[in-house]
Design a protein around this ligand. Structure first.
Ligand SMILES: Cc1cc2nc3c(=O)[nH]c(=O)nc-3n(C[C@H](O)[C@H](O)[C@H](O)COP(=O)(O)OP(=O)(O)OC[C@H]3O[C@@H](n4cnc5c(N)ncnc54)[C@H](O)[C@@H]3O)c2cc1C
Length: 416
């Protein structure tokens, strides 16, 4: 069923009784050409591009619960391509370009809103680092603008500008960055993949791998064995757990990241803003709530809930940047499990086991990567070789030392 103004009017006349389910909740078959483990944004996007770009439709997406309840439905929805390093910048810019055409491509309103992403700086050294990043972006044809304090004040007059501890000196703005409705991205990809024949199998947890010698030739699940020529794993925060079922140890730690939403207020924040003197970022949802977050919780965990000291730390960052936020009531908070890689960049690669491929290490920035990650992982699964934009995201870089460490922080998940 195609969504359009005409379809909406027609359904309106029929008291909205004629809408059909957006995707098929399929029962698993005994074998597929490709299985993708995990029903998050990356898995569903991969399935969609496998069908659309490579014509491979004998595909199953196996999700242990319901699709969209993992990080893809728990993030703060920021999309951007303001990266520095050659391994990252072209990839994230490709993702940005896919976001720009996504709703037409999927025939689904994902509420992509290019309202801008502004990174504030508070010192000369930080300004120099942002100038360098902005120049790298512009050299790659990506939009970037350096704002001085007066320009930031015109945009966001309610910020704390003159606080002696963290005076705002300016910011790096990417106007094409912004937000997208996270769960609509899941539904849009699921619908478009399902329409092309992909089986989306929910409540089907992968509990092990089937082998023929070294080769992976399928999976064991809570709904029985399923064979496949190719198995891709895209389970985000559960990457190390699932890889361990195949005997692999990944350079990934799982940490909780929390998000917060305030009560709704009238339109106040026109873009996404990040604090440069602490870990805090904020935007305003279309419903009016302020959506914000900060640091990961300081311990490894697979639990989708965070702890109180981090809530206090995030709120302290918010108060330092925007003291008025202290008058708002916090409405909701939740946590998601992040697959933190040791250089802060992802992995899209084959594994040492033939037939098994890995998409992981998205840290707290994988939502914006969803379209490009799906596109490049589909390329890898279909052709057995990396897409040129994802060539740097090799698993063996952690052995060879060719790391893609945007901030030069080393293997410290909380600093990426
Ligand atoms: C609070 C928070 C804020 C964030 N903010 C941003 C942001 O603003 N911008 C941004 O770019 N990124 C952000 N992120 C990161 C982003 O959400 C993730 O990097 C990205 O969603 C991960 O990819 P995914 O969507 O495929 O993961 P998920 O949605 O987590 O998908 C993985 C799926 O695998 C399933 N699974 C796990 N194990 C198994 C198994 N054994 N068998 C079958 N299925 C299994 C899980 O149930 C899950 O549904 C944020 C994350 C959090 C938690």
């Amino acid at each position: 069923m195609r969504y359009s103004l005409f379809a909406l009017l027609r359904q309106g006349l029929m008291a909205h009784r004629g809408w059909t389910p957006a995707w098929r909740d399929a029962a698993p078959k005994s074998a597929y050409q490709v299985i993708i483990v995990g029903g998050g944004g990356h898995a569903l996007a991969t399935a969609y591009y496998l069908a659309k770009v490579h014509g491979i439709t004998d595909v199953a997406v196996l999700e242990k619960g319901a699709i969209g309840l993992g990080n893809v439905g728990r993030n703060t929805t920021i999309i951007r391509s303001n990266y520095l390093l050659p391994g990252n910048l072209p990839f994230y810019e490709f993702s940005m370009q896919l976001w720009e055409g996504l709703e037409q491509d999927l025939n689904y309103n994902a509420m992509v809103s290019q309202r801008g992403v502004l990174n504030l700086f508070h010192s000369d050294a930080q300004r120099d680092a942002f100038v360098r990043r902005g120049n790298a972006m512009r050299l790659h044809g990506v939009d970037a603008e350096l704002l001085d304090a007066a320009a930031v004040r015109r945009m966001l007059p309610f910020l704390e500008f003159d606080n002696a501890r963290f005076p705002i000196q300016g910011g790096l703005l990417q106007r094409r960055g912004g937000t997208a409705r996270h769960d609509a991205v899941v539904w849009g990809y699921a619908r478009a993949a399902s329409e092309r024949g992909v089986d989306i199998v929910q409540n089907c947890e992968v509990t092990g791998f089937l082998r023929a010698g070294e080769r992976i030739c399928g999976v064991q699940t809570t709904r029985g064995e399923i064979r496949a020529e190719t198995v891709g794993v895209a389970v985000a925060g559960n990457s190390s757990r699932v890889a361990a079922m195949a005997g692999l140890r990944l350079p990934i730690e799982s940490h909780v990241l929390q998000a917060f939403v305030s009560e709704a207020i009238k339109p106040l924040i026109p873009c996404v803003v990040t604090f440069g003197a602490g870990h805090f970022y904020i935007s305003q949802s279309d419903k009016g709530g302020l959506v914000f977050g900060g640091d990961i919780d300081g311990y490894n965990s697979y639990a989708q809930r965070g702890n109180l000291p981090t809530i206090e730390d995030v709120c302290a960052g918010g108060m330092a940047l925007m003291p008025g936020i202290g008058r708002l009531r916090l409405l909701r908070s939740w946590g998601g499990v992040m697959d933190m890689s040791m250089d802060g960049s992802p992995i899209i690669d084959r594994t040492p086991l033939p037939g098994l491929y890995l998409n992981a290490g998205w840290c707290y920035g994988g939502f914006k990567a969803t379209p490009a990650s799906g596109y490049c992982f589909a390329h890898l699964l279909a052709r057995g070789e990396s897409h040129e934009l994802a060539r740097a995201y090799r698993l063996e870089r952690f052995a060879s030392g060719d790391l893609i460490d945007e901030k030069g922080q080393g293997p410290q998940p909380n600093l990426h």
